[in-house]
Design a binder for this molecule. Structure first.
Ligand SMILES: [Zn+2]
Length: 267
C-alpha cells in the first residue's frame, strides 16, 4: 500500500480496538456538509418563492428580506409574510419607499398605468425601477455582512434579461466582484436561476411542492391576478411551457390560455 493510499484509508476509517483479537477499524462518520446561512431577497412572487423552498430543502439555513420600495400595492407583502410564517423562517421587511419620491418614471411605483403587454413589447420598459436590484442587493449584503451570512440569494432568471439589464449575468458577476471587495467577510451572491427560464423554475417549484396559489405575481394588486399585465402573461406562459396546470385564479375578463397562444402571448 502506498503512503497515499494509507493516508486515504486512515482518513476514512477510525481505529476502534487494538488488542489480542487484532485491530478493528470502523468507517468514520463523514462530516456533514456545512449548512450555509443564506439571506434570500424575497418578493412573494413565484421565482423567489421557488428559490426559498429550494434553498431550504437543500438543507440551508435561510432567512428572507422583503423591500417596500413604494410598490403600487402590498399584496405581494401579504403573500411573502404568509409563506415565511408557513415555513417558520425569519422575515425582515424594510421600508425604502422614500426613494419613490424621485423614482417617478416606473409604472411599478409611480403614477403611470401598467401596460397589458408581453415583456418583449417596448411598453414593458416602463416597469423598470431604476437601479432597484443594486439597491436591494447592496442593503441585503450589508445585513449579510453584519449577521455573518454566507450568501445573499436573488431569483432573477433568463427571461428577465429582455427588459431588465440588472438581471444579466454581466451585471451580477460585476456586483459579486464589488461585494467581495466591500468587506473582509466574504458574501457570495447566489443567482441559481440566471441561466434558466421561468418554465424551468415552475418545474423546480413542482419538485419542491411550492404552493403556487400562495404566491403573488400581478403588478396590479387587484382581488385576483389580472392575467394580462407583463408579469401575469409571463406566469401563464411559464406554466403552459412547463406543462404544469396553472392553479392561479385570474380575472374573468382575461383571455384564455388558448387565446393567448393563438395571439403569440400578446394580450
Ligand atoms: Zn397582472
Amino acid at each position: 500500500m502506498s503512503d497515499e493510499e494509507d493516508l486515504t484509508y486512515e482518513q476514512n476509517y477510525v481505529l476502534t480496538t487494538a488488542g489480542s483479537a487484532g485491530v478493528t477499524w470502523a468507517l468514520k462518520e463523514k462530516p456533514k456538509k456545512k449548512q450555509k446561512k443564506i439571506l434570500c431577497i424575497y418578493s412573494g412572487g413565484m421565482d423567489s418563492t421557488v428559490l426559498l423552498y429550494d434553498l431550504i430543502n437543500k438543507g440551508n439555513q435561510v432567512e428572507a428580506i422583503w423591500f417596500n420600495y413604494g410598490q403600487r400595492h402590498k399584496k405581494e407583502h401579504l403573500f411573502a409574510e404568509q409563506i415565511c410564517s408557513k415555513l417558520g423562517i425569519e422575515f425582515t421587511e424594510l421600508d425604502i419607499s422614500e426613494i419613490n419620491s424621485f423614482l417617478t418614471n416606473s409604472s411599478l411605483s409611480g403614477e403611470q398605468d401598467i401596460p397589458d403587454v408581453h415583456y418583449e413589447d417596448d411598453k414593458a420598459i416602463n416597469t423598470i425601477v431604476p437601479n432597484r436590484n443594486m439597491i436591494m442587493l447592496s442593503i441585503a449584503t450589508a445585513k449579510a455582512i453584519n449577521d455573518k451570512f454566507d450568501a445573499v440569494a436573488f431569483g432573477c432568471h433568463y427571461g428577465d434579461r429582455v427588459v431588465y439589464p440588472d438581471c444579466r449575468i454581466e451585471y451580477t458577476n460585476a456586483l459579486q466582484t464589488a461585494i467581495f471587495l466591500a468587506d473582509r467577510h466574504l458574501v457570495k451572491l447566489l443567482t441559481p436561476f440566471i441561466d434558466i427560464t421561468k418554465a424551468d423554475i415552475v418545474n423546480i417549484g413542482q419538485k419542491n411542492n411550492v404552493p403556487w396559489t400562495q404566491t403573488w405575481t400581478c403588478y396590479k394588486g387587484l382581488e385576483k391576478h389580472c392575467g394580462s399585465c407583463p408579469t401575469c402573461i409571463e406566469r401563464r406562459e411559464a406554466f403552459h411551457l412547463a406543462k404544469v396546470l396553472d392553479p392561479t385564479d385570474y380575472d374573468n375578463h382575461a383571455l384564455t390560455v388558448e387565446e393567448l397562444v393563438s395571439r403569440k402571448w400578446r394580450p
